[in-house]
Each structure stands twice: as structure tokens, then as C-alpha cells.
Design a protein around this ligand. Sequence first.
Ligand code: CP
Length: 320
Amino acid sequence: MKAFTNVKDLGNLGVAVKEALEVKQNRFAYKSLGENKTLLMVFFNSSLRTRLSTQKAAFNLGMNTMVLDINQGAWRLETERGVIMDGDKTEHILEAIPVMGSYCDIIGVRSFARFESKEDDYNEKILNQFIQYAGKPVFSMEGATTHPLQAFADLITIEEFKKKERPKVVLTWAPHPRVLPQAVPNSFADFMNEADVDFVITHPEGYELDPQFVRNAKVVYNQDEALKNADFVYAKNWSPFNDNNYGKILSKDTSWTIDTKKMSLTNTAFFMHCLPVRRNVIVTDDVIESPQSIVVQEAANREISCQVVLKRMLESLSCK
Ligand code: CP
């Protein structure tokens, strides 16, 4: 595996989930695979789970890790070609990336949507420059438009908790005070569309996601209707994808907050969220603290999803 940015990079998804469950049973079985190999994690944005789970996955495989926070301690990077660099940016990303690549064997990159240009965001301008110029395998630790390590962990969690072969999984929009990217719902939809689940997306009108991720999912504008008989409720805020409203907030409708009344419409569904979550905005205290909330188990599986990706990248390196 040379790059990991979406579900297709995993190949057969059933095989990948099986591999993940095996890794989870014996997470130190491949400790020698990463011996003398170094993972560089580059963060353009903040993180708790990704920062810790990715390092833990690397340690499980015997790797060394280095973490670079671009906005704390590194030179300020210019990302546009052709700019006269007489301002506050000291280094160009086109030198910085191959230099970073020269110190490591695998690179993870976190670079969120900037909402300055939808085209730049949806072209994954930063992540793709790493893939093009690093000379090393690169995986997304959440890009502008996808968060595949999260969605893979979400799928592993659904596999572990499901009580029937083809559970109903509902991705629901929920309100938020700030403009958030579509990366998490995009990747969740990307993975659910490949998984053996009955997948429904619900959101207010105007919050339609990119059709390349929605594909054949059922889209329902009435949240109560969508939640009926759900086995899993995945709550998340996202901002509009459509050109006219990209990077704006159209609604803060608190009637979309997941509370016990909403959960009572479901088939005693499990509650999921990628975290961090704003309590009593996205979900009430009662729901997130209930026995049906599996947000911590979901976050714990980030170690496993990442370990599968790193393991496959290390295996590719040793095949050279
Ligand atoms: N879910 C997730 O990616 O969490 P962090 O932003 O804390 O890494």
C-alpha cells in the first residue's frame, strides 16, 4: 500500500475488517515488521485521538515515531507555487515535503479543509502534494475531504457490536456553532456504501453531501423518519457542500440534537460519534453516557484501523 486516502485503498473491505479483528486479538504479533522504521506524523491541525492512536499503532509494530506540528515550532510554510515569498512564510512546502520524506519511511498527514477554495479542498491540495513529493508511502490522518482511518475504525466497531447481519446504520446531521468540514461524513458514507449495511443519511435540506460519497445511500430529510428501527446512529455536523453555501452555516436547528426521545425511535440503537463532540449541542449528556453509547470503543478502534494501514505499508516496503 503506497497511499491511504479512501476505502478503495484497502482493497477487499471484508478482508481488511477480518485483518483488523485479528490484529486486535494479538496487536504485538508484527512487532519485528517496523524495526528500524520511522513514522513521521505531520499535523497542520489539532488532534487528540489521531495523535495518540497512530503513535500507539506504530509502537505495536515496533516503529519509531516523530511528530511535527506545522503551526507550533516549524517554519511557516508557503503552499502556493509562484508566490514571491517576501511575507511571513519562511519555507516552501515543495522543499519541506521531500526533506521530511528523507528522514522517515512512512508519513501521516493531517490537513483540514481551509474553506478558502472548494476546488483546493476537494483536490486535497496539501495531502496530494505529500503523496506526489514525499517519495514515501503517505496516509491521511484526516484530509480536507476524507477521514478514512476514522471510517475504518467506525466499520470495525459496527462489526463488533452488530446484532444482525445487515444492520440499519443512520448517519445524521446535528447542529454545531462552527463551520465543520465534510471529511468525516464523506468517509463514513464511503465505507458504509461498501459494507453490508442498510445505510441511510439524514440532514436538513441544503446539507447534501458530495454525490461521489453518497452514491446509492438513501437520503431522508425527516430525521425522525430516518431514525426509525436504526441499529446504529452516527451523529455528526458538517457544513454545506453545495457551491453557493460552501463554508457557511445554514442551520443551527437544535431539534436535530440527538436526545433520548430521538433514540427511542430506534431499535435500541448504539450511538456513535467520531469525537471530539460538543455535549448538549450534537448529543445530550443522557445519550452519550448511556450504555448504548459506544464512542469510547469506537475511538479505541482508531489504534486498530491505523495498525492495519501501517502494517500493510510496512509489508509493501519489505517487498521492495
Ligand atoms: N476523531 C478524531 O480524528 O479525533 P482527533 O481530531 O482528536 O484526532
